[in-house]
Design a protein around this ligand. Structure first.
Ligand code: LMR
Length: 396
């Protein structure tokens, strides 16, 4: 029976990790998957996480099933991280969440819940968006429509295009947004644009569905959470998928959260029952380890402080790499072509190269990036900067 199945190519982002690993050239540079790397091109365990691991080792006394919603301490702390302590939606008991296997689990569980709303709603996704948004949403049976987002010629956010496309949403449609550090473009909405967007979505009766995978890696936790917090206050319904992969460096532990802000407390509890039911259908309950670590960190003032300092360091390092990369390209004769890189946020920016140029960089120079020429800025370092710049210049 299995002979009917075609062999599929590797995932366009995750496949790069394998290709990179198998490349034996000492000059190789990994600018592919969005993972933070230090100066030695290593993704370290954060100190706060290492401390939390020790605490958890001495605390955990059973491997019996945990609750289907995950750890209550984690769930509460992650809502507070996203919305801030005093958010009105929390005091109005309009917010519920469940722990999920990573941000992907969160996105997929919410997609199924949204599909169950059964209104034949469409999901509007930015052009471009993270490649894996497409299968995560369509596999739940949702239909996608694209809205303009990034002007790849000028390397700027196309906010006018976005608003004029979203003027066509229907009541009950869902609009997928990136809370901060837009993946793949690095182009984010400013507070004024978030406010205008909220007004448009409310006028249309559309539901914002926000992917918050890079909280704290753009401008800071409060700044990066502006859109989520504003929409949670001004829109009657909102869905937020969170990931702890990047900001806690817990990639392989698969820890995330799906949060729903509903019209009232009763509707919120109904949504929670739906999220739990979807999770039970797909994977029953989330893995506990990563969330236990986040729970320990966020509920211990000193550890939370440590973690936040490390997050600040990561963010500042990425921003300094952006500046160094731009300067280095300029000095090598690129003029102002790459100036936009310092205005973009988080791990990603496009280099604006063709697929052939990207292939040449991979095959001849051992530099790995997504075919769209999205690079992970955090993969740059003092050691590989000159070689990367020289190689990029050679394909221009
Ligand atoms: C990325 O966009 O590179 C990351 O979110 C990793 C992934 O799973 O695609």
């Amino acid at each position: 029976m299995f002979e009917v199945l075609p062999e599929l190519t590797a995932d366009p982002i995750l496949g790069l990790m394998t290709d990179f690993k198998n490349d034996t050239d000492p000059r190789k540079v990994d600018l592919g998957a969005g993972v933070y790397k230090n100066e030695n091109s290593h993704t370290p365990i954060m100190n706060a996480v290492a401390k939390a691991q020790n605490i958890w080792l001495s605390r955990e006394d059973s491997k019996v099933y945990s609750a289907p919603a995950g750890s209550p301490g984690f769930n509460e702390a992650i809502i507070e991280l996203a919305l801030g302590k005093q958010h009105p939606a929390i005091s109005e008991q309009r917010v519920v969440n469940v722990q999920t296997p990573g941000g992907c689990g969160a996105l997929r569980v919410a997609a199924s819940m949204l599909k169950r709303c059964g209104q034949n709603s469409k999901v509007w996704v930015s052009t471009p968006t993270w490649a894996n948004h497409i299968p995560l949403l369509t596999s739940a049976g949702l239909e996608l429509v694209e809205y303009s987002y990034y002007n790849g010629q000028q390397h700027i956010l196309d906010f006018d295009g976005m608003m004029s496309d979203l003027a066509h949403v229907n009541a009950g449609d869902i609009v997928l947004l990136h809370a901060c550090c837009h993946n793949p473009s690095g182009a984010d909405l400013n507070p004024e644009q978030w406010r205008a967007l909220a007004e448009l979505l409310n006028n249309k009766g559309a539901i914002p569905y926000i992917d918050m995978a890079y909280l704290g890696l753009g401008d800071g936790i409060d700044e990066d959470a502006y859109g989520v917090r504003y929409l949670a206050e001004h829109c009657p319904e909102l869905v937020v998928a969170m990931s702890c992969s990047k900001n806690f460096g817990l990639y392989r532990e698969r820890v995330g959260s799906i949060m729903v802000v509903a019209a009232d407390a009763k509707a919120a509890q109904i949504c929670k029952s739906q999220l739990l039911n979807v999770a039970r259908e797909i994977y029953s309950m989330p893995p506990s380890y990563g969330a236990a670590l986040v729970d320990i960190i966020l509920n211990d003032a000193a550890l939370k402080h440590n973690w936040n300092d490390e997050l600040i360091h990561m963010r500042e390092r990425i921003n300094s790499l952006r500046a160094q990369f731009r300067e280095s390209l300029k000095r090598s004769g690129a003029g102002d072509r790459f100036d936009y890189i310092v205005n973009e946020k988080g791990m990603f920016s496009f280099l604006g190269l063709t697929a052939e140029q990207v292939q040449t960089l991979k095959q001849d120079h051992h530099i790995y990036m997504v075919d769209s020429s999205r690079i992970n800025i955090a993969g740059l370092s003092t050691n590989n900067m000159a070689y990367t710049v020289e190689s990029v210049m050679s394909v221009l």
